[in-house]
Design a protein around this ligand. Sequence first.
Ligand code: NDP
Length: 454
Amino acid sequence: MSIQTINPNTNKTLKSFEEMTEKTVEAKVAKAHQAFTDWKETSYQQRADLLHKVATLMRVKKSELAKTITLEMGKLLAQAEGEIDLSADIFDYYADHGEEFLADKVLNPEYGEAIIRNSPIGVLLGVMPWNFPYYQVARFAAPNIMVGNTILLKHASIVPQCAAAIEELFREAEAPEGLYANLFISGKHASALVSDKRIKGVSLTGSEEAGASIAMEAGKHLKKVVLELGGNDVFIILDDADMEKTVEWAVVGRMNNNGQCCVASKRFIAVEAIADEFIQKFKDKLSKMKVGDPMDPSTELGPLSSEEAAVHLADQVKRSVDEGATVLLGGKRADRPGAFMEPTIITDLKPGIAAYHEELFGPVASFYVVKDEQAAIDLANDSDFGLGASVFTQNIERGKKVADQIDTGMVFINHPTWTQADLPFGGTKRSGFGRELSALGIQEFVNKKLIRIS
Ligand code: NDP
């Protein structure tokens, strides 16, 4: 296993990191456990002060932090800066609202008096992916630090400098030792750590395989787990959609983060009446995207996060074509060094073809034409995933009715699935379980303790 910074724009290895020894990891777990005994006694105000400090530091260092994201996983620099802003907002949001979300709930039982008090549970393990190296950590760490829990963080092995920089932000904010610790360990080692008695819960964002591995350990050792896994979000275009706006959002929904969002719009489903118009406009826009160096502000599509990811995606497209899919645009690796894939649209997909079932984590859109609204809903639900979905129509009531029938954790009307601090995030089916962000996210790793007064 290697923990390395490899610039996906060039595929050159820039820096390698040593995996931590068992002894170092043991010391980190012990410190996190020790820190919990003090942190759980702090006031909400003390916790909020720390989160605000981290947010402020993030904003001060935005440019430097964003460059590291772009260097390690290839996100366009402007989007990396946006990610730092969003992450700082999440820290501030929980600092500002955490106490209110965690306030005692007064019950009204038949006999006596009772309250529910939200108490922290202890050390938590977070296993996070590379696609949003700061945001993914922020939405796990900020609410839980507000709760009074402490954090051990195993980040993806391809973003070690981001991982170290987040730990450094906590150090600079003068967080108590052990409150937040970065672990340079393998995924397998992270799964094995779940059995440690001092670790009380685990949250993973990533692939189904990694999620299943963590969930298996959590099940074996009876620990709470939150999983945010893949998605195959639909982007439904109904006959009354505002076409110009819809096409603009289709490009953003698919290509944001170089196509590597769990909630990216991946399956574009258009009803017959407007399908030709949509696909011509969508194809025209994708074909003009400027592919290149993500540090260059004029670039519109950067590389995938790694050469391995690009090889995998190109293989998924090739397998799909071998099985009967048609390429409408692109379809190959881009003709330049680095982990690049051309902007791609494929169609003629049906059950049995790889792209019908698998998540395509990159700039590849799947396009479907259906007879009507009901056929769009049926196709949307014919997926093992259930993360997000979007529906485009000028009739909001119609959009809400469609939303009711889609089996996902989130449905957006006239916008691709998105995220913000005050909206819950999470899925159904094989996209995982539990919720992050908003008032719901902070309730996942708490002991909802009943206190009954006679
Ligand atoms: P992984 O699931 O492998 O990586 C996510 C995190 O899980 C990383 O920290 C990784 O560590 C860790 N991990 C890997 N294996 C295990 C394990 N057995 N036990 C515990 N932790 C583990 O994702 P990939 O980077 O390989 O991406 C593969 C696919 O996953 C993508 O194509 C996409 O479909 C999906 N994905 C979804 C994301 C989302 O936002 N929901 C984000 C990223 C990926 P390490 O890096 O050391 O392997």
